[in-house]
Design a protein around this ligand. Structure first.
Ligand code: I3P
Length: 324
């Protein structure tokens, strides 16, 4: 579950690790949904109606600042509505729209956007981490250098770049972190999904080859790109570790939102989100990733159409043989 972004983990579990109710009044409507999930580091609480509280885990309030600015920006439509920052028992929370409220048992996909998944500050961080070495050899026992094997530790920069190379992040500018198909156990084992074809296969499975859902999500991605390109906020901010949340349900409702702005930081010069990153330019490759993601959706059009026509003809044959 840890590979889902915090919002998605919350949606999947409808649970959190907060021990105290956020506020009795706010929780009254959804009291039954207040479930403790042992050991999970989630930081969301159902508030309500139709809002959630997200706990601030870092000292700085970059995410609040991002949401506040985005509420008056061209990208307002494609981010969850932000209501306010709340202090409760010494902790700070963001009260925001509960994206689940329009969905019934949704299918959910979490896509981490960008070609770079670490802040530039990480480049100068010399801390050697044993946990990340362990994670690296679980993915590929041959990946560490002989020196890294000796030390049994690597820097976070080394690990994050390794993850970028192993997945589609480095080549396509996004990676699917996890999907949840309605009624099935979430799939989080996607760290080696790398090529356009592999990503396409995961997405086709996620949308169950439905041309209607494919087209609707593609349209929403195109709209999201337009909003992003018009946004003044994104011109002056780098986006690291931000996700796209894609949902649909069996009633045909679809939604695509930008989420997770804890590492969305103001930059002094303009960020194109398409130029390659070199240390100091703060480029993140977000739009490169979005261009490629849209292309994957477009490329799935003919196979979804064929699949849907095939299904239809099977249905017609079955109906015809039932009649005779
Ligand atoms: C983690 C993932 C997280 C990152 C975390 C990594 O790797 O890249 O995004 O947290 O760093 O361990 P994986 O997906 O393989 O589990 P941040 O985005 O906050 O940097 P961490 O171990 O320092 O928390």
């Amino acid at each position: 579950m840890e590979t889902f972004s915090p919002i998605v983990s919350f949606i999947l579990n409808n649970a959190l690790d907060l021990t105290a109710p956020a506020s009795d009044a706010l929780l009254k409507n959804r009291k039954n949904a207040w479930v403790q999930l042992a050991g999970h580091p989630g930081s969301f609480a159902p508030a309500g109606p139709d809002t959630i509280w997200k706990k601030r885990l870092t000292k700085d309030n970059s995410e609040v600042k991002a949401y506040q600015a985005l509420m008056n920006d061209a990208a307002k439509d494609v981010v969850p509505a932000f209501y306010r920052e709340v202090e409760f028992n010494g902790d700070f929370f963001i009260e925001m729209e509960d994206l689940l409220h329009n969905f019934h048992d949704p299918n959910i996909m979490d896509i981490k956007m960008g070609c770079r998944t670490f802040l530039e500050a990480e480049v100068k961080n010399p801390v050697m981490r044993k946990d990340l070495y362990e994670k690296m050899i679980r993915l590929d026992p041959d990946a560490p250098t002989p020196e890294e094997h000796d030390e049994r530790a690597i820097t976070k920069l080394r690990y994050m770049q390794f993850r970028e190379q192993e997945s589609s992040t480095a080549s396509l500018g996004f990676r699917i972190e996890a999907i949840r198909v309605s009624g099935q156990t979430p799939i989080t084992d996607l760290k080696k999904v790398k090529t356009k074809e592999e990503v396409g296969a995961v997405i086709e499975r996620f949308i169950n080859s439905s041309e209607g859902i494919r087209k609707s999500i593609e349209d929403k991605l195109l709209h999201l790109r337009q909003c992003f390109e018009k946004s003044e906020f994104f011109k002056s901010h780098e986006l690291i570790g931000s996700s796209l949340l894609v949902m649909f349900d069996n009633r045909g409702t679809t939604g695509v939102w930008m989420i997770d702005f804890a590492k969305t930081l103001s930059v002094e010069h303009t960020v194109t989100h398409r130029e390659p990153w070199v240390l100091g330019n703060h480029e993140d490759g977000y739009l490169t990733g979005l261009d490629n993601l849209i292309q994957v959706f477009t490329d799935l059009s003919s196979s979804c159409q064929n699949h849907n026509e095939h299904q239809l003809s099977i249905l017609e044959q079955t109906t015809a043989s039932d009649v005779t």
